[in-house]
Design a protein around this ligand. Structure first.
Ligand code: SF4
Length: 260
């Protein structure tokens, strides 16, 4: 059986592709110098639990629930001792809270019984935990321990990877392999934060400021053809302008609707 924790085989990239990736990374670093994980945590097992909770819901909603959760269950052993039903009330505001309560309980139990109450630092070991796939393992390894074994691919990273022409792949695993091949290993953790920051602040699922964003204009095919504020028609031609804008926005909105 294949080793689930093994590093994926990376596709070959040309020097030109790597140079373009380097320029994207530099531009994002300049724009978001404080890019960081937006889940609140102070101990590795807290980030692990918070990341499990964040599946299919926002970091904001997780951050609202975790102060009470972390106070009630300060160690992995506390999750192990509690039943899922006892964990549920603390995460009831989060989607899929019943299955997530089971995952927290199981994760606490495995951390206690197999790893001495510590969060393991190997991809293969993290993947043994309930509710943990490569994305969660990458979050924990990169943010808690500074270990870069992969790139976190969430909905923002996947969308931006496609729009910045960094990957044509359709699965998170293949997108991750493309990004690992294009960017230096030491930047993998930060890269995901930068793309997530851009995804949340500029390239929002319901419409970005495509034409007026310098990074977008240089690197995203969606921005080409969109008009900047300065290029927009004068107010006296309001009806024509409205029609034109609708057309541009309609095109963007339709494409955006396919990605999240
Ligand atoms: S140009 Fe538009 S679609 Fe492309 S990354 Fe920027 S906001 Fe997103």
């Amino acid at each position: 059986m294949a080793n689930a924790g093994a590093e994926p085989k990376l596709p070959r990239k040309t020097p030109a592709q790597c140079e373009r990736a380097r320029r994207i990374l530099a531009a994002l670093k300049l724009r978001y110098p404080d890019a960081h994980c937006e889940l609140d945590w102070t101990k590795p097992h807290e980030l692990l639990m918070a990341t499990i909770l964040s599946a299919q819901c926002t970091d904001v909603s997780v951050n609202k629930a975790t102060p009470g959760l972390f106070k009630a269950f300060p160690t992995p052993a506390d999750y192990a001792r509690a039943t899922p039903e006892q964990i549920e009330p603390y995460i009831r505001t989060i989607g899929l809270f019943r299955s997530k309560a089971k995952a927290l309980h199981e994760t606490g139990r495995m951390l206690t019984e197999r790893f001495g109450g510590e969060v393991p630092r190997k991809m293969g070991e993290l993947l043994l935990l309930r509710g943990v796939a490569r994305k969660t393992a990458n979050v924990v390894l990169g943010n808690c321990f500074g270990i870069n074994v992969g790139v976190v691919v969430d909905t923002h990273v996947g969308r931006l990877a496609e729009r910045f022409a960094l990957s044509r792949a359709k699965t998170p695993a293949a997108i991750e392999a493309d990004l690992m091949a294009l960017f230096p290993r030491e930047d993998w953790c930060l890269l995901s934060h930068l793309l997530i920051f851009h995804g949340r602040r500029a390239c929002k699922a319901r419409g970005g400021d495509c034409a007026n964003d310098a990074i977008c204009r240089e690197f995203c095919s969606e921005a080409r053809g969109a008009k900047t504020v300065a290029e927009a028609p004068a107010p006296k031609r309001a009806s024509a302008a409205k029609k034109s804008t609708r057309k541009v926005d309609g095109k963007v909105a339709r494409k955006r609707g396919t990605s999240r």
